[in-house]
Design a protein around this ligand. Sequence first.
Ligand code: FAD
Length: 384
Amino acid sequence: MSAVTQESPEAFRARVRSWLAGTEIPTVPADPDGRFAVLRRWQRTLFDGGWAGLAWSREAGGQALTHAHQLVFDEELVRARAPQPVGLIGLEVVGPSIDRYGTDRQRRELLPRLLSGDDIWCQGFSEPEAGSDLASLRTRAVVDGDDFVVSGQKIWTSWAHEAQWCALLVRTDPAVRKQAGISYLLVDMASPGITTRPIRQMTGDEEFCEVFLDEVRVPRGNLLGGLNDGWAIATHTLGSERSGANLRRRVELEVALDDAVAALRAHGGVGDRARAAVGRAHVAMRVLDAQTRQTAARLVAGVGPTPADSVDKLVLNDVEQTVFAEIAGLLGALRAVPGASPSGLRSGHWAHEHLYSRAASIYGGSAQVQRTIVAQRLLELPRG
Ligand SMILES: Cc1cc2nc3c(=O)[nH]c(=O)nc-3n(C[C@H](O)[C@H](O)[C@H](O)COP(=O)(O)OP(=O)(O)OC[C@H]3O[C@@H](n4cnc5c(N)ncnc54)[C@H](O)[C@@H]3O)c2cc1C
């Protein structure tokens, strides 16, 4: 065990604070291209400072610390009003699966660039006819010499138009049970035959895309895990998405609510409606606090993926939507107006967060499906 591994969370927190105090925190522009560029540079700054992949192995370019340290870092980053790095799908969703299931070569070649933001990753799971029923996916990969040849379509692929790499689920055996014929490929987005088409969301951003794959050649060395073993790895990836992100999001919500309360306080007299809204949002936050304490304990103990990840996701969905709806509700008609409202709340920010929060109960697996997972796999209720 290295000296760094033994650093207590308290000592680590002091080190993070001191680094943040001496580091220029970037201002994030509103336009998507500018925002992307600034956040990518910020990811590089975090990597160079030794703050990327805190719980990842050294071979992967990480710091071999624990999830408890990651949690401390996330808290301090958000409290310093610093933005998140841009490559969150790589950092929180796909990367942990490559670290766990990848070959030495895959980890060595791919993960340091993922951590530094040199490579942005996307997650090519959903298809037009395979979202909740992901195992029905139809994108085909056929072995041809040293390559797979991949054809099909993905949809809702966040950041595909900016990504250098994609974690792609493909069908490699159509003759067996759905889950048993899926493989997990690591695909270079510059490969000939890949076309991305952005889709505009109701926030106005073009965050996700359709991705078309037309006889794309992917080296066999880019298979993650074994042939037809992709379903178990996909479950690991989705588990990271459902639980790990909870910890960071909790602090972001807490800070957002603190800022809203401070703005309302500074505004002076607060009416009954506003007081009730803030009260509801505060109570929702306390529920999330309690839940994330359990999540952190599970992650630190290395437990997962587990059906309990779905509980995390459901609690976070509800709280996120409650907090943003309550505060955005106070803005009334000002919701549509960018800039500051008379109450001191930043209306553009709250309106954007409120609209984006509607997606929280869809991405990473819809709320309805998570509830079924809780009933069937956590509580072991038999199917009717
Ligand atoms: C902002 C955002 C970003 C996303 N990013 C990505 C990404 O990067 N990569 C990626 O692969 N995907 C991504 N997705 C896609 C997301 O994973 C899917 O939208 C989600 O899994 C639901 O699938 P679907 O859209 O096909 O809806 P469907 O599966 O068609 O579901 C439609 C409705 O039916 C309900 N339903 C379906 N089946 C059941 C059932 N068995 N029981 C009860 N209710 C059911 C669902 O809950 C939902 O309300 C993203 C989605 C959003 C909103």
